[in-house]
Design a protein around this ligand. Structure first.
Ligand code: FPP
Ligand code: FPP
Ligand code: MG
Ligand code: MG
Length: 321
């Protein structure tokens, strides 16, 4: 799907789809599990061959949504690494580091265009609208993070809405798209959306913890990168509730490494990391509640896939990379 006749563009676009560079493939995994978790028995009145070809076709379309979602995700990572001036990603050189900013931006645009073509081939305007909204949210979240004013940077509400746009919107809207392609009701589609939303928020909260407690080697990307970029995340926001003096440190900015050290001291003395983990656990539990709210099924397979989605929410909060 990402081939190009122009050799430089081809190698840039393929870069993060090569063996060893594909990342955790977390989003496609979630989406294909969701597809299986929502599968419905076909009425016995329908001939077996017809039913099986119908199911296969539906599965192909759902798989396409998983592929599109990963392409959008990788496009956003390519652009993100340009914005962040990152030199590593997925344990290898970031594309901007290896091929320069210009090709990294263009490769991101190209992936996005390939995702649009694949999306159009589904011929479902509601699904197009969901994923197009998610792309807009990625840009909105990234811009919110980049343009935070002094008041917003101290607000947990602003942080959480930014996290929804930047992180949870893509997976939640894609989960909803999977449910719609399965012919599920609006109510079921909303449970699928809710699972993705809470899973995404839990994922981002843990990401923000790992930025403080992980190492470059364990994460495959830089650590302490948020605070170095002046980005205030949940652990610091919670620490500031315990130590209001931290506010003055934040207000001085983090260009001076001494201020980073001071903020880390306060964070170490506080419950900031623990409280962020606790909030992530709350969201993981809400994700599990959404799975438990799905209509009953007596298919053993469907129940296994639902259990896998529940297990994934546990993995999100216990992950170390
Ligand atoms: C990673 O954040 C960034 C994102 C998930 C979203 C980035 C979105 C854009 C750059 C908007 C452009 C979007 C498209 C679809 C082209 P991070 O820097 O906090 O995480 P990291 O540690 O993995 O770099
Ligand atoms: C890297 O994603 C990007 C981030 C950690 C910042 C934004 C996070 C997301 C967009 C996560 C979306 C949430 C869910 C629940 C899927 P990554 O760590 O997944 O990178 P990878 O693709 O390299 O594994
Ligand atoms: Mg980044
Ligand atoms: Mg970034």
């Amino acid at each position: 799907m990402v081939v190009s006749k122009v050799p430089k563009l081809a190698s840039a676009a393929e870069y993060f789809f090569k063996v060893g560079a594909e990342g955790k493939k977390f989003r496609p995994t979630v989406l294909l599990l969701m597809a299986s978790a929502l599968s419905m028995p076909t009425p016995t009145s329908i001939a077996v061959e017809v039913a099986s070809s119908f199911q296969k076709n539906m599965r192909t379309r759902q798989q396409r949504v998983a592929e599109i979602t990963e392409m959008i995700h990788v496009a956003s990572l390519l652009h993100d690494d340009v914005l962040d001036g990152a030199d590593t990603r997925r344990g290898i050189g970031s594309l901007n580091f290896v091929m320069g900013n210009k090709l990294a931006v263009l490769a991101g645009d190209f992936l996005l265009s390939r995702a649009c073509v694949a999306l159009a081939s589904l011929k479902n305007t509601e699904v197009v609208s969901l994923l197009a909204t998610a792309v807009g949210h990625l840009v909105t979240g990234e811009t919110m993070q980049m343009t935070t004013n002094a008041e917003q940077c101290h607000s947990m509400e602003y942080y959480l809405s930014k996290s929804y746009y930047k992180t949870a919107s893509l997976i939640s809207n894609s989960c909803k798209a999977i449910a719609l392609l399965a012919g599920q009701t609006t109510e079921v589609a909303l449970h699928a959306y809710s699972y993705g939303r809470h899973l995404g928020l839990a994922f981002q909260l843990i990401d923000d913890v790992l930025d403080f407690v992980g190492t470059t080697a364990s994460l495959g990307k830089g650590s302490l990168s948020d605070i170095r970029h002046g980005i205030i995340t949940a652990p610091i926001l919670f620490a500031k509730e315990e130590f209001p003096e931290l506010q003055a440190v934040i207000d001085k900015g983090f260009d001076n490494p001494a201020n980073i050290e001071a903020a880390l001291d306060y964070l170490g003395k506080s419950q900031g990391i623990e409280r962020t983990r606790a909030l992530a656990i709350e969201h993981a539990n809400q994700a599990i509640a959404a799975i438990n709210a799905l209509p009953e099924s007596d298919s053993e397979d469907v129940l296994i896939f639902r259990r896998a989605l529940v297990d994934l929410s546990h993995m999100v909060i216990t992950r170390s990379k």
